[in-house]
Design a protein around this ligand. Structure first.
Ligand SMILES: C=C(O[C@@H]1C=C(C(=O)O)C=C[C@H]1O)C(=O)O
Length: 411
């Protein structure tokens, strides 16, 4: 665990209200983009006042909260705006598996925020021209795609093996993912991907943090003062070809015992994890349908009131990994993922988002995303597997989930 050499002993933080900056993503001055944007609102950041890298471990969320507490506690903060996301903020992404050494938090030198008709700019240290566009984004070109850890056939075999374990009664659900690789002629600019994702999926959270870029529909947890919200997703069908086909598919998804079982595991676990932390909790008995441009999901919107002051990271720690991305029972599913997927997920399917000095923040589950490393990117997609899952159908579902990032790369 270390603080980057760039971290000064004491952060000097100033937030000012600014006129509406318009589109946040187009304000990002260079490719080291930090972002969390939905329906044009949210925060974007750039520059690095501090970076915290964390090794694996079940305690990585608590360690992150402790280190940020020290950093923010020692900071000199002038924040007359005083809303969630003003003052010092850390963007972060945590490794999915506690054994994965991938977790990282970045405190940007500048954060631009926009919500509910207000906009603010936070600066750490000095910056002479905060909103200057330093390097315009360049779309990726000459993409060449290649397979990931498992061939399609091997991955379908892994799904079949998982179904067998489930039918033997060893677990109820496991989520299995695949990866895909792509290479571009020039370094891939996160801002281009953010722009395309935000335009096509305005209702998803377009995120970018230290090379992990995507647009997730799944809100793990939002804390605003004492209020918490989550949106549990599990159970999926592709969009239809027209309104009638859409309606038929939605009705089939809603009525599918397999998908309702898959969803029920996730919704119940979120309820059970939040109940001890909340004085009030509302989890619907029956899921809703969430319609995205490419997919329809079963969705349970959850709302609660925290019983005492807890940082959003404390709540993340209680929730991750939910059966939406791991399975149930958690430990058995995690072991099976390690055994069958043949890859390290890195930060895919881990919590991604931001936290401020008050402990407010928003964390999604890092889905529909890619890990960018210079000219290369690794895409991820997974599916919940239960006793009645069919390997070919799950493969098709994973292909559809890759679609969002593929399009963002291909334009
Ligand atoms: C695992 C992913 O998505 C998750 C799995 C879902 C499913 O199996 O139905 C639905 C939404 C997400 O919770 C992914 O997109 O990679």
């Amino acid at each position: 665990m270390k603080l980057a050499a760039t971290a000064p002993d004491r952060l000097s933080v100033r937030t000012v209200e600014v006129p509406d900056p318009g589109d946040l993503i187009s304000r990002l001055p260079h490719p080291s983009a930090l972002a969390w944007v939905r329906h044009g609102e949210g925060i974007v950041g750039w520059g690095e006042a501090a970076r915290v890298t964390l090794p694996g471990g079940e305690d990585r969320f608590a360690e992150a909260a402790r280190l940020l507490g020290e950093l923010f506690g020692a900071a000199g903060v002038d924040d007359p705006v005083g809303v969630p996301g003003s003052g010092p903020v850390a963007f972060g992404g945590f490794g999915f598996d506690p054994k994965s050494p991938e977790s990282v938090l970045i405190v940007p030198r500048q954060v631009l925020g926009r919500r509910g008709g207000r906009a603010w700019l936070t600066t750490i240290g000095e910056d002479p021209d905060p909103l200057a566009l330093v390097r315009p984004p360049v779309p990726p070109s000459a993409l060449s795609w290649s397979g990931g850890a498992l061939t399609p056939q091997a991955w379908r075999g892994a799904v079949a093996a998982a179904v067998e374990r489930i039918r033997e009664g060893r677990l109820g659900k496991v989520v299995l993912a695949r990866d895909l690789h792509v290479r571009a002629a020039e370094p891939i600019d996160a801002r281009v991907l953010l722009r395309r994702l935000a335009d096509r999926f305005p209702g998803c959270y377009a995120f970018s943090c230290a090379g992990l870029v995507g647009a997730t529909p799944e809100l793990l947890i939002r804390r605003t003062g004492g209020d918490v919200e989550s949106l549990v997703l599990a159970g999926t069908t592709e969009r239809g070809t027209d309104a009638r086909d859409d309606a038929e598919r939605a009705a089939r998804l809603f009525g599918s015992a397999k998908d309702r079982q898959e969803h029920g595991y996730a919704a119940r676990m979120v309820r059970d994890a939040l109940a001890p932390l909340c004085s009030r909790l509302d989890v619907p008995d029956v899921p809703e349908l969430l319609t995205l441009p490419n997919l329809i999901h079963l969705a349970s919107p959850v709302r609660g009131r925290l019983d005492r002051d807890r940082s959003v990271l404390d709540v993340v720690a209680a929730l991750h990994p939910t059966p939406a991305v791991c399975g149930t029972p958690t430990d058995t599913a995690m072991d099976l993922i390690r055994e069958l997927e043949g890859m390290d997920r890195g930060r895919y399917a881990g919590p991604v988002g931001w936290v401020d000095a008050r402990g407010d923040g928003e964390w999604g589950i890092a889905l529909r995303c890619a890990e960018i490393d210079g000219t290369r990117a690794r895409l991820f997609a997974g599916c919940g597997i239960v006793a009645d899952s069919d390997p070919a159908a799950e493969f098709a579902e994973a292909q559809a989930k890759f679609g969002a990032m593929r399009q963002a790369l291909e334009g």
